[in-house]
Write a new protein. Structure first.
Length: 370
């Protein structure tokens, strides 16, 4: 026998041999030394390590159909709508797409979890671990809902659910998925630089402030492409209508009423957009230069008239008080004399005073008063 037509194959304890003759799979070779008669060189043995449990071979379908690895490997034939999670030695390894796969058992602890991807959103208790695995982005789209936000999930144009803050995943190539985040915190915008004409034909420029928050995320996403822009346009139109129905003086003296009416005008629209109107206010009102001068003159004239009126009222009150005092003194001579003595006392306090009493009996009356 010619020794050159005999092949020697050595397979270690952690290996297995895939035996092919004439391109056909013939079986497995276990650990040990094997002598193979191969005069035509048409025998091929692929030695694979069981330490790498994933069996990769271009003739895997033939090997599986032979039944040779039935009791030695985990075989997966994943349909188009199936995915598989592979755990090796209790550690997550990778995700399998549709196809035929085989994993050796025995040397390594291999566990496989088959998932139906027709439920587009992928939920798993170890999602955070799975999301950090290599090549996960080939089969999963990851999304994170930030704090104070919610995520609105649509699949094939149909609303599925509203998700709280957290990490989420959906299977790729299974459906048309739309995932939209909405901020639940209060949002404020300016309705700025509006040139509006009042009912009495005065043109003014003004700014309003609108504060709102999202209360129905599904409605917000579904009704308008940009709810902020929609609410802004409605606020513009409502502000023109409210101010245009008032004269300038009425507007300037009742800006709170204008803000309240503006709020009532746009609140129904905000509700239709899934929003809650928190506050509406008038921030700045800018008048044309000539109108400012005119208003300043009017204000100055009003203040001057008010000051003049106050002066006249004080003079009238003083004269009325003097008339009442004169009447009281005329009706009571004794009070008149006391008043005279008070005047004399004030004069005497500042200079020498000599009093000459010519009327008979007046001295006695003065003495009696003192």
């Amino acid at each position: 026998m010619n020794i050159f037509i005999i092949k020697t194959i050595k397979i270690r304890s952690y290996e297995v041999g895939l035996y092919f003759r004439d391109g056909e799979f013939r079986g497995l070779l276990s650990a040990g030394r094997h002598w193979i008669f191969d005069p035509l060189a048409n025998v091929k043995v692929q030695v694979v390590s069981l330490r790498e449990p994933w069996l990769v071979n271009d003739k895997l379908d033939v090997i599986v159909r032979s039944g040779a690895i039935k009791d030695r490997a985990v075989v997966l034939d994943l349909k188009d709508y199936e995915r598989a999670l592979v755990w090796i030695d209790c550690r997550f390894s990778h995700i399998l797409p549709p196809g035929l796969f085989a994993y050796w058992m025995g040397l390594r602890d291999v566990k496989v979890e088959v998932i139906d991807a027709r439920k587009v959103r992928f939920e798993h208790k170890d999602l955070n671990v799975i999301a950090r695995s290599p090549l996960v982005d080939r089969v999963l789209d990851m999304a994170t809902v930030e704090p104070h936000h919610v995520g609105v999930l649509f699949v094939d144009g149909e609303y599925i659910e509203t998700l709280p803050p957290g990490r989420y995943a959906v299977w790729k190539n299974m459906a048309q998925v739309m995932f939209v985040q909405e901020d639940l915190r209060e949002v404020m915008f300016d309705v700025a630089g509006q040139d509006i004409m009042t009912a009495d034909k005065v043109s003014l420029r003004m700014n309003a402030v609108v504060t709102y928050r999202v209360v129905d995320p599904r409605q917000t996403v579904s009704v308008a492409d940009d709810v902020r822009q929609s609410l802004y346009r409605d606020a513009q139109l409502a502000l023109r209508a409210v101010v245009g129905a008032r004269e300038l003086d009425t507007f300037l003296t009742d800006k709170d009423g204008v803000a309240s009416e503006l709020s009532d005008s746009i609140r129904p629209r905000a509700k239709a957009l899934g929003l809650e109107l928190v506050a509406v206010g008038i921030r700045d009102v800018i008048l044309p230069g000539e109108m400012k001068e005119l208003m300043n003159k009017v204000t100055e004239a009003k203040k001057a008239a008010e000051a003049n009126l106050i002066t006249r009222r004080e003079e009238t009150a003083a004269m009325r008080s003097q008339a009442n005092t004169a009447k009281l003194l005329a009706d009571n001579p004794t009070l008149m004399r006391l008043r005279e003595l008070e005047v004399l006392e004030k004069v005497a306090a500042n200079a020498n005073l000599k009093v000459v009493l010519g009327e008979k009996g007046l001295a006695d009356r003065v003495v009696n008063l003192l």
